[in-house]
Design a binder for this molecule. Structure first.
Ligand code: AMO
Length: 364
């Protein structure tokens, strides 16, 4: 603990220096440190994450979490101004919503429960409760076996759901509005704080380009294909969009039903049931959000659940919300960590998370 006088200084990095009057050791640190906290030489990410508390002491690392704080404040502000309620839905569930392969099971007294992969069913149920516009920023859990730079097993999901939509276009318009307002909020706030990431905040204009899945497949040289997009596909699409539209953010629309078969809540297009009203929002070749219009008609929803190979009986609580009047609705889930990753230009999503979790890492 150092007490002294702060003086303006031309030479110092921050333009000020502290002239100490007294210094006191309040807690002694072991030496040597496992990770330098002032070194210019970078340690590899695994070493940094093994000693994350020391790593987080570096101002350049802390700046990422200031960026994250400010962007989340911007999102909340954008939602509040649009009349959304912030909700908290349960993370211990009897049923998954995003497919069995990525479910984490936990002992639950004499039975078993699952960690929520998303708040999907509950945000829809709240539309049935008449809340009309809800959002949630909360952890989501997925047993992702693959070790990639954009997947973790616990991520922060920014979910929204909107009732009484005319079409999925309403959902996309709100999402792009929230994203643009978040950036508009973040840039001056980061500048005020002297955070170097201020300059990286994009200034996109709306509407973002909307490119159909079918168009993307033509770009990729696989016209008519109905197989899902891989990492390399997403990158290639990002380059096409950059060339054609010069835009960092864009929607990929009208995903084929064949890809979304397990996504029982995704509404199939009335005029062409081979397609859904589902979309992704990508940022320079990386998916940061996906969403769409939901199936609100209970008979069709039951059918979709069966087609997905699931038993509607297991979704009784969810289906009840539809049996007594459910308006057309839609929404999205956006990966907060991925958004921070792409805005900050980080090569690995783990750098955007204080204490990341993946297949091989459960501590610190
Ligand atoms: P989806 O499964 O596409 O959609 O997830 C939404 C967004 O969450 C982020 N994400 C992840 N981030 C880090 N690690 C992971 N393992 C991971 N998995 C997903 C991505 C992705 O775009 N219920 C739907 C959303 C909806 O329809 O409202 C859903 O979960 O950024």
């Amino acid at each position: 603990m150092v007490v002294g006088t702060v003086k303006r200084s031309e030479k110092a990095n921050r333009g000020v220096e502290l002239i100490p009057a007294s210094a006191e050791v309040v807690a002694r640190a072991e030496v040597p440190l496992p990770l330098g906290v002032v070194d210019k030489v970078g340690a590899d990410l695994n070493t940094r994450l093994d000693h994350r508390v020391l790593d987080l002491r570096k101002p350049a690392v802390r700046a990422i979490f200031e960026l994250r704080t400010v962007m989340l404040a911007g999102c909340r502000d954008a939602f509040l101004r649009r009349g959304f309620l912030e909700v908290a839905t349960p993370k211990l569930l009897r049923q998954g919503a995003e497919g069995g392969a990525t479910l984490f099971a936990v002992d639950y007294f004499d039975g078993r429960a699952y960690l929520a992969q998303s708040p999907q069913l509950y945000k829809q149920m709240l539309i049935g409760a008449g809340f009309e516009r809800v959002f949630e920023i909360a952890p989501a859990f997925r047993a992702e076996p693959s070790d990639t730079v954009r997947h973790v097993t616990e991520f922060s999901s920014l979910d929204a759901e909107v009732g009484f939509i005319d079409s999925v276009e309403d959902v996309r318009a709100i999402l792009e509005g929230v994203v643009v307002d978040t950036f508009r909020f973040a840039r001056p706030e980061l500048e005020r704080r002297g955070n170097a990431y201020a300059d990286r905040i994009p200034e996109p204009t709306t509407p973002f380009p909307r490119v159909s899945f079918a168009q993307c497949m033509e770009w990729l040289g696989r016209p008519g294909s109905e197989t899902d997009l891989g990492t390399e596909d997403e990158k290639a699409i990002g380059e096409h969009v950059e060339r054609e539209y010069g835009a960092p953010l864009y929607f990929i629309t009208d995903f084929p039903t064949a890809i979304k078969a397990g996504t029982f809540y995704a509404q199939r297009q009335d005029a062409n049931p081979r397609l859904t009203y589902y979309f992704d929002l990508d940022f320079k070749g990386l998916e940061i959000a996906s969403g769409g219009a939901r199936e609100h008609r209970v008979d069709r929803l039951r059918q979709n659940i069966e087609t997905a190979g699931l038993d509607p009986e297991n979704f009784a609580g969810y289906l009840e919300a539809f049996r007594f009047g459910m308006p057309p609705h839609g929404g999205w889930g956006l990966g907060v960590d991925r958004m921070v990753q792409v805005v900050a230009g980080l090569s690995n999503i783990r750098e955007a998370i204080l204490f990341p979790r993946d297949r091989y890492r459960l501590e610190p």
